[in-house]
Design a protein around this ligand. Structure first.
Ligand code: CP
Length: 315
């Protein structure tokens, strides 16, 4: 992959290869070549704690040279376009840019170039608007695989603010490719009939005792401008109707797991006392993010023939 911008290009073999490589890194494995002359920059135009820090941790563990970039102190504030900002990074010698941006598919203008454009930097998508979040999706797949060792036939419920969630979009698409049976739940006003090609809508109380994976989504208040449901929103009512309460947790199957991409609205999607409960994988997801992002970055680095001397002892 010259770029890693969505899950569209992934198939089962590629996902399993990334999972195996992430597990190799998780067990302390090292990259097969010297990456100290590979330069990368993390450009987060939307807020992030997990994805930003996790990519930086992954880059440092791989031995990459990491440059800092703060959009708030950049020439973006003088009107410089995203393309010209990346052209600058490219000219400076940066090989890879991890980007989070509020615009859906911002990456298209960086990878589908006009004949006169010369941008050659590798793009890794850290989340675009309500579009895609491939690294979150793949760390979720690693977390599910660690529990069940397979995807085929697993019942996975995606619950909550689905319309606004890039995590949900990537996960519904990839879980279908991997043979899982996807269900949806949550407020009907944050559900779109176009999701029906990926799964079936049921109430949370119908699903809770049936599913292997309960994937809770954050209520994305920052994307609800002009949404009447935001004005009428009640944390308590949401929690009772669509949240993981203690009573629902007790009804989960014995080997079921609960996931949440974070950040969590405690006592809204997830009862606060359950966030670190035995069936919760919230912390494991964040831990797995570092190793899956190492695998993703390495895949792009290898495709681009970046990096130095191959370490024969490791390969
Ligand atoms: N899951 C996720 O993308 O979290 P951050 O917004 O903190 O990166």
């Amino acid at each position: 992959m010259q770029h890693f911008v969505s899950v569209d290009e992934l198939d089962e073999d590629k996902v399993l290869a990334l999972i195996k490589r992430a597990q190799y890194f998780k067990q302390g494995g090292k990259p097969g070549k010297d990456l100290s002359e590979v330069y990368c920059v993390n450009m987060f135009f939307e807020d992030s704690t997990r994805t930003h820090t996790s990519f930086e941790m992954a880059e440092r563990k791989l031995g990459l040279n990491v440059l800092s970039f703060d959009p708030k102190q950049s020439s973006v504030n003088k009107g410089e376009t995203l393309y010209d900002t990346l052209l600058t990074m490219d000219a400076l010698g940066v090989d890879l840019a991890v980007i989070r941006h509020s615009e859906n598919q911002y990456y298209q203008k960086l990878i589908n170039l006009a004949p006169t454009q010369t941008l050659s930097i590798g793009i890794v998508n850290g989340g675009d608007g309500s579009g895609q979040h491939p690294s979150q999706c793949l760390l979720d797949m690693l977390t599910i695989y660690e529990q069940f060792g397979k995807f085929k036939g697993l019942k996975v419920a995606i619950v909550g603010d689905i319309t606004n969630s890039r995590v949900a979009k990537s996960n519904m698409e990839l879980l279908n490719k991997l043979g899982a049976k996807v269900f949806f739940s949550g407020p009907k006003y944050w559900y779109d009939p176009s999701f029906e090609k990926y799964g079936t809508y049921k109430t949370l109380d119908e699903l809770v005792a049936e599913v292997d994976v309960l994937m809770l989504l954050r209520v994305q208040h920052e994307r609800h401008a002009g949404d009447q449901n935001e004005a009428n929103f009640s944390k308590e009512r949401y929690h009772q109707e669509f949240g993981l309460t203690k009573e629902r947790y007790e009804r989960l199957k014995s080997d079921a797991i609960v996931m949440h991409p974070g950040p969590i609205n405690r006592d809204v999607e997830f009862a606060s006392e359950l966030v670190e409960a035995p069936k919760s994988r919230f912390k494991a997801q964040m831990q797995n993010g570092v190793f899956m992002r190492m695998a993703m970055l390495e895949a792009v680095i290898n495709e681009r023939n970046l990096g130095g001397k191959i370490n024969e002892d490791i390969n």
